[in-house]
Unconditional design. Structure first.
Length: 175
């Protein structure tokens, strides 16, 4: 996918994730623009203090998400806004492996959660309509994931409304 498409998707995610949060029910702890300390430390290979996290700008958040997307081969998604947006957003909420496995399930390829050559070849052969169908399939997998997460971790129910609004926006975009 082009850098412009990746940038547009990441900017949308940073906007939706919002600013600084320290919700006790959020397993990520202190977050800024959806970025948690473990995520930041993994992607940037350096230690982050609470002050570092509080001082994040939206532009820095965009650059960190873009670095992560390239590290995880999410920049290799097809040049299709809907599918790329759905997969990258699901990856931000859970993990890229879970999101990629959902796409792989739709594609009928090995579900290893890695955007390797077989997966890339399959998703690049999709038609525009198949991209839309794949996006809807991934959204359905995401809904099931959220339901399971809330069932297993009732404290996560407080996030259900936000997750639902986010998924509903993407379903509407696919319609």
């Amino acid at each position: 996918m082009t850098g412009e498409l990746l940038d547009a998707i990441i900017r949308k995610i940073v906007l939706v994730e919002g600013g600084l949060a320290n919700d006790p029910t959020d397993r990520g702890g202190l977050t800024h623009f959806g970025l948690t300390r473990p995520f930041l430390e993994t992607v940037t290979a350096r230690r982050w203090t609470d002050d570092d996290i509080r001082g994040l700008t939206s532009e820095r958040a965009v650059s960190i998400y873009a670095l992560w997307a390239r590290m995880r081969r999410l920049d290799q998604l097809p040049e299709n806004y809907l599918l790329a947006w759905v997969v990258i957003d699901f990856s931000v909420i859970t993990t890229e492996r879970r999101a990629i496995r959902a796409v792989q399930k739709y594609l009928g390829v090995a579900q290893d959660g890695i955007a390797g050559a077989e997966t890339q070849g399959a998703w690049h052969r999709l038609t525009d309509e198949e991209h839309r169908q794949a996006a809807l399939f991934v959204l359905a997998e995401r809904i099931v994931h959220h339901g399971n997460d809330i069932t297993q971790n009732p404290s996560q129910a407080s996030h259900a409304k936000g997750w639902s609004v986010r998924v509903a926006e993407q379903v509407k975009a696919c319609a």
